[in-house]
Design a protein around this ligand. Structure first.
Ligand SMILES: Nc1nc2c(c(=O)[nH]1)N[C@H]1C(S)=C(S)[C@@H](COP(=O)(O)OP(=O)(O)OC[C@H]3O[C@@H](n4cnc5c(=O)[nH]c(N)nc54)[C@H](O)[C@@H]3O)O[C@H]1N2
Ligand SMILES: Nc1nc2c(c(=O)[nH]1)N[C@H]1C(S)=C(S)[C@@H](COP(=O)(O)OP(=O)(O)OC[C@H]3O[C@@H](n4cnc5c(=O)[nH]c(N)nc54)[C@H](O)[C@@H]3O)O[C@H]1N2
Ligand code: SF4
Ligand SMILES: [Mo]
Length: 738
């Protein structure tokens, strides 16, 4: 593209004085490698196997792990460069406390005492739930279990939630409702067996790169490819049928496909009769949603929708993969249900080459919601409001059911509760709301209102900047435990190095706090394996049943798929075999879906749709990948992607600075004029901070069931802010308008 590269001065302004470009110790080829550790990548939910090379207690490189079956040695750019983060000079090495002069180092003992004192003070003054906990899904399952138990049994608050709330919960809610269980329906081994692959709202090549390989294998076997996205993403360029819909209209599109499948009789009548209930109601709900009607709503030509119905419905096998493009909506659960409906109608469950799978995003996005840190769940994916489920967990924890708080507020709701004065203190680990939550101005106001705020991280994230106390936790390679991949496969993360300086492993910090809060008896662990052994016992008999897994089995078998109820059980890569669903009667539910528009619609003031998402080289809120030089080089700053027709109307060419404004805020970034996006839509990736957060613009409205924010659609206006000038002028404008 014609955009001028950032100058050295601009890079420093954005990324600080240091971008890691080489491993600790430099590129010395004779460096003595002490060991090579089999583990998994720290970033996305694909959880590629990787071998980390360790020298002098530092990760200095990697080797492909060819034997790990999921990725067979393949890695994406982030996995290849991940080893550059640990030795970054910003790594936090001791606790920091805020003073009038900024942060200054402190000792662990007074720091931990202060956390305990503040929890006691706030709870005595305002009640137990006035202190809240927010956690993350990049943590191992052992830590996520610990966080749920810590919040409920040591702090005694109902208000614990996690950042999977911003990610996976619409899919989780829909799968549970329709199929009885919250997990991708199949291992990826079923993808190459499919005759048709339907990808809805997932930028596979950039966000689930290794999944691309599975789709190529299906293509090599002759599979057709359908893609639904407002942007022609890299994989979409190869599709047989591209559905370039208007953001926020997926359930109309899927409704019309179901309507057309019914008209053309592309239904698996036997499957519907034997294994499902509610087809008639679901069919009635889409009776008016003909391809012509859907064309009006989605902007996709009716003939294209008919083609998609034919391609999806006619073959005997097929998989549908979806991600945040359909899930990050105030109707996210409905959107997923509309996909499940076309999956059920075609009988695409429980057999080879079939499945409707959500693509988990975070490293432990799946495991992170199974074992008890989700506001509405207890370990084993049990419902916190269900008296029987509460009784089982209470009995195994050695407490009474009344000791376990009821469901608390979700992530975004907690921020509203701070503004409303109901939450006064917060402990936050492994998430960065100043970049990741919608409506950054609101997030900032909330963080500034807290009476006490403690963050556990290994870098001083944009959120940690607002903390009273920052505790240095552990990097991925400094700790061990299990995570569950997008496939539903539990894999083992192995420690390669020990935490540097005075940093501690996350679980050590939480255990110390639990002890100081007087809850020792609930936390009798020497290390993560003890926590895992407890998870096995507590999850037994629950939906996410880990009882039959051991760390040794997981390692020896290259991962195990839950449910795995006994030690001689092989695990369950493919769910619902023989059409046996997880509801008590064994049947899946068609849930009627009627299209409902997004919360914010375009109007004369805000005439364009904004959608947000990712680029391949950056990860989530960017705290980690914005410190890795070779990744920053690939995509140094957010770009406002727009169609040439839209750009022309505003006199914009690639590289011009563009101000994007919504009802909540504005941000400025260079334009990227591309033909691969709808002319009524602009796209901004969200990995950057300091006034370049896409979330300055987004709408904090939630799906009423899943409580996921509507990241994927809001109304904006755009304006060109420069007509040239020097790069420095452009830069100044950008930094002062954010
Ligand atoms: N490189 C990279 N990879 C990642 C991550 C990362 O930050 N960087 N994050 C990981 C995580 S946690 C997640 S959740 C996943 C996310 O993975 P994806 O969901 O695949 O990524 P997104 O870019 O959020 O959105 C996907 C697509 O949705 C499209 N879209 C936008 N609005 C709509 C709509 O209304 N309908 C439809 N059908 N599509 C729409 C966008 O154009 C985009 O191409 O990626 C994981 N992998
Ligand atoms: N506009 C817009 N916003 C979005 C999205 C979007 O598509 N558009 N996507 C949403 C999605 S799907 C997601 S998943 C969220 C994610 O966004 P966040 O919840 O902010 O997740 P991360 O960026 O991973 O933040 C993790 C923080 O924890 C730290 N960390 C990482 N691993 C560990 C660990 O093991 N221990 C400790 N102690 N700290 C750790 C990192 O340094 C970082 O500061 O963003 C959401 N926000
Ligand atoms: S695809 Fe995901 S897990 Fe694999 S190397 Fe890339 S970021 Fe890491
Ligand atoms: Mo995510």
């Amino acid at each position: 593209m014609a955009r001028a590269p950032l100058t050295e001065a601009e890079l420093i302004e954005t990324y600080g004085p240091h971008l890691n470009r080489e491993p600790k110790g430099g590129w010395d080829r004779d460096i003595q490698i002490d060991k090579v550790v089999d583990t998994h990548c720290c970033f996305c939910g694909q959880q590629c196997g990787i071998k980390l090379k360790v020298a002098d207690n530092a990760v200095v490189g990697f080797e492909p792990w060819y034997d790990f079956p999921f990725n067979e040695g393949k890695l994406c750019p982030k996995g290849v460069k991940r080893y550059l983060q640990g030795s970054h000079p910003d790594r936090l090495l001791e606790p920091l406390q805020r003073t009038d002069a900024g942060f200054e180092p402190t000792e662990w003992d007074p720091a931990l005492e202060r956390v305990v004192d503040e929890i006691h003070r706030i709870q005595a003054a305002y009640g137990k739930d006035a202190f809240s906990v927010i956690s993350g899904s990049s943590l191992t399952t052992e830590k996520t279990y610990l966080m749920g138990k810590f919040a409920r049994m040591a702090v005694g608050t109902a208000n614990i939630d996690y950042n999977g709330r911003l990610c996976m919960v619409s899919a989780a809610g829909a799968n549970k409702k329709a199929l009885g269980m919250d997990r991708a329906s199949n291992s990826w081994a079923d993808i190459p067996l499919a005759e048709v692959v339907f990808v809805a709202g997932a930028n596979i090549a950039e966000c689930a790169p290794i999944t691309t390989d599975y789709i190529w294998r299906a293509r090599d076997n002759g599979a057709k490819l359908i893609m639904a996205d407002p942007r022609v993403t890299p994989l979409a360029r190869t599709a047989d049928c591209f559905l370039g819909l208007r953001p926020g209209t997926d359930s109309a599109l899927m409704g019309a496909i179901l309507n057309e499948m019914i008209s053309r009789d592309l239904l698996d009548h036997d499957f519907i009769a034997e294994h499902t209930i509610g087809f008639e109601e679901a069919a009635a709900a889409v009776a008016e949603m003909t391809p012509k009607a859907a064309q009006e709503i989605t902007g996709v030509p009716a003939s294209r929708i008919e083609q998609a119905a034919e391609l999806w419905g006619r073959p005997k096998t097929g998989v549908l993969l979806h991600a945040r493009g359909i899930e990050h909506h105030s109707k996210g659960v409905q959107n997923v249900l509309s996909c499940i409906n076309i999956g059920l109608a075609a009988g695409r469950y429980g057999k080879p080459g079939c499945g409707v799978m959500t693509i988990t995003g975070q490293a432990n996005g799946q495991g992170g919601r199974e074992q008890g840190q989700k506001a509405d769940q207890l370990p084993g994916a049990r419902d916190i409001g269900n008296p029987e489920h509460r009784a089982v967990v209470a009995e195994r924890w050695g407490c009474s059911p009344e000791d376990i708080p009821q469901a608390g507020l979700s992530y975004q709701e907690q921020f509203q509760a701070i503004l409303d004065g109901d939450i006064k203190g917060m402990l936050l680990i492994c998430t960065n709301p100043m970049v990741a939550l919608p409506d950054t101005n609101m997030v900032k106001a909330a963080l500034e209102k807290l009476e006490f705020f403690v963050v556990i991280d290994f870098f001083l994230s944009e959120t940690a900047h607002h903390a009273d106390l920052v505790l240095p936790g552990s990097l991925h390679e400094e700790d061990e435990g299990v995570v569950t991949t997008a496939e539903g496969r539990c894999v083992k993360i192995n420690a390669a190095v020990t935490p540097p300086g005075n940093a501690k492993r996350d679980w050590e910090i939480i255990l110390e706090l639990a002890n100081r809060l007087g809850a020792q008896r609930y936390f009798p662990y020497e290390g993560p394996e003890d926590i895992f052994e407890e998870i096995r016992k507590v999850s037994a008999g629950g939906m996410a049943d880990y009882a039959g897994m051991t760390w040794d089995r997981i390692t020896a078998e290259h991962g195990l798929f839950w449910p795995c109820p006994t030690e001689d059980h092989p695990g369950t890569p493919r769910l619902y075999e023989g059409g046996k669903f997880a509801h008590p009667d064994g049947k899946a539910r068609f849930i009627p879906v009627t299209y409902q528009p997004a919360a914010e619609q375009v109007d004369v003031d805000y005439p364009l749709l904004l959608t947000t998402g990712r680029v391949i080289s950056q990860f989530l809120s960017g705290t980690q990948t914005r410190r890795i030089g070779p990744l920053v080089d690939q995509y140094p700053e957010p770009l406002v992607e727009m169609h040439p027709r839209l750009a022309e109307r505003h006199g914009i060419t690639t590289g011009d600075l563009v101000r994007v404004r919504s009802r909540r805020g504005e941000m400025t970034a260079p334009a990227q004029v591309v033909e691969t996006i709808r002319p009524d839509t602009v796209f901004v990736p969200y990995h950057w901070a300091n006034g370049q957060q896409a979330n300055l613009l987004t709408n904090p409205v939630l799906d009423p069931g899943s409580k996921i924010p509507e990241y994927k659609v809001c109304a904006v206006q755009i304006e060109r802010v420069t007509t040239g000038g020097t790069p420095q002028d452009a830069r100044d404008t950008r930094l002062t308008t954010g």
